[in-house]
Design a protein around this ligand. Structure first.
Ligand code: PMP
Length: 397
């Protein structure tokens, strides 16, 4: 008899050979702009905690108080024993910041995307999805059994052609897009997507995971930034990035939310968000609303880093970005790993991102409001010291 698991070892060996192997390393202590990573103090450019709220005393106090009052677990599905008034308060707060009629909180952003997409489309329907969309949108589309067509990144002209050719063959159509693309840092062309959705009678789902708390006048995301509030949109997001907690949400019309409560498997058949996570997210939303200075500082840091890079490393071509996510490409996974290692040895945590997460290997830098000027200056100094080959720099030109 052959070992039915033998292929695992061969598969892992293939992953190793391509330099695609990934492992985890523990961070000790509270999250922040500097952390202790596997015993080494590093400046942290790898976090999604854009506003530095994951280590904020007020979120921790809210979570602790919620545990004291409601215990640690929600004990069941929201439809059974798992619903708390705190969940409703959070959903009302999200709907209020997103300017939608209602919202629904899921146990993660990933589950929010899976739940919304699988509830909205099925076998007779069409999903059109940006090629750089997050895994949760792509897998939601696959899981839904709808026909899935990817359009080239942010390419409105191709999307229009695809809609003209295919829309009439399907019952419903759902367009999926990230608002901030998580591994590039650029924004989707939301107004143009909305126009196409109107023209071809499509639903449009926008994932604001990296935009919530970060983009828009009040931090409500790209929908606010582009002035698209009030439009018929499905807004999805996470509570785990700028909001410093855990969980996800869908925001939209009351009709949509009522439907999802009845038809979203990843909401119905899973335990309600824990009281601690719910309370921490609620506290974060209040801070985002009441203290715009954190967002202002984050953007100041973004501009400071971009200016320094332009002055001191003009050949290092960053991917186009309008967010706190800044990336530069390297020719191969091996080169990206090498650069990530050199950064790490110099006390900078800005990891290599490689296939299959992205089509081309890169170093990804994500900024936080709590980074100090000295942190950013050190990053630039270390980037200058990395031994890029001419090939690498010309590739990025
Ligand atoms: N959407 C995007 C664009 C993301 O980057 C992520 C997280 N990496 C998610 C959804 C999933 O969110 P969560 O971590 O809350 O599951």
């Amino acid at each position: 008899m052959t070992d039915p698991y033998a292929w695992l070892e061969q598969s892992l060996a293939t992953i190793h050979r391509a330099d695609w192997y990934r492992s985890v390393q523990p961070i000790n202590g509270r999250p922040g702009a500097t952390v202790v990573l596997a015993g080494q103090e590093v400046i942290n450019f790898a976090s999604n905690d854009y506003l530095g709220l994951a280590g904020d005393e007020r979120l921790m106090a809210a979570a602790t108080a919620a545990i004291a009052e409601f215990g640690t677990g929600s004990t069941g599905s929201r439809l059974l024993s798992g619903h708390r008034q705190l969940h409703r308060e959070l959903e009302e707060a999200i709907a209020s910041t997103k300017q939608t009629e209602d919202s629904l909180v899921f146990s993660s952003g990933y589950l929010a995307n899976l739940g919304a997409i699988t509830a909205l489309v099925g076998k007779r329907d069409l999903v059109l999805s940006d090629q750089y969309n997050h895994s949760s949108l792509k897998n939601g589309a696959i899981l839904s059994s709808a026909a899935v067509v990817e359009y080239p990144h942010c390419d409105i002209a191709v999307l229009k052609t695809q809609l003209s050719e295919q829309r009439q063959n399907y019952r419903r159509c759902l367009i999926l897009t990230d608002s901030v693309f998580s591994m590039d840092g650029d924004l989707c062309p939301l107004p143009a997507l909305l126009d196409l959705a109107d023209q071809f009678s499509c639903m449009l789902l926008v994932d604001e995971a990296h935009a919530t708390g970060v983009i828009g006048k009040t931090g409500a995301g790209c929908v606010e930034h582009f002035g698209c509030t009030g439009k018929q949109l499905i807004q999805v997001g996470t509570l785990s990035k700028a909001l410093g907690s855990l969980g996800g949400y869908v925001a939209g019309s009351s009709l949509l939310i009522d439907f999802l409560r009845n038809r979203s498997p990843s909401w119905i058949y899973t335990t309600g968000l824990s009281p601690a996570d719910t309370a921490a997210a609620l506290a974060a939303i209040k801070i985002v609303q009441q203290e715009p200075q954190h967002r202002a500082q984050l953007w100041q840091n973004v501009h400071y880093l971009k200016n320094l890079l332009q002055q001191q490393l003009p050949n290092l071509k960053l991917l186009p970005s309008e967010s706190p996510i800044l990336c530069f490409q390297l020719p191969s996974a091996t080169d990206a790993l090498k650069a990530g290692k050199q950064l790490r040895e110099a006390g900078i945590f800005a990891p290599a991102i490689r296939p299959p997460t992205v089509p081309t290997s890169r170093i990804r830098i994500s900024l936080m409001a709590t980074h100090e000027a000295a942190h950013i200056e050190k990053l630039v100094a270390v980037l200058k010291d990395i031994n890029y080959t001419d090939h690498e720099l010309s590739k990025t030109n």
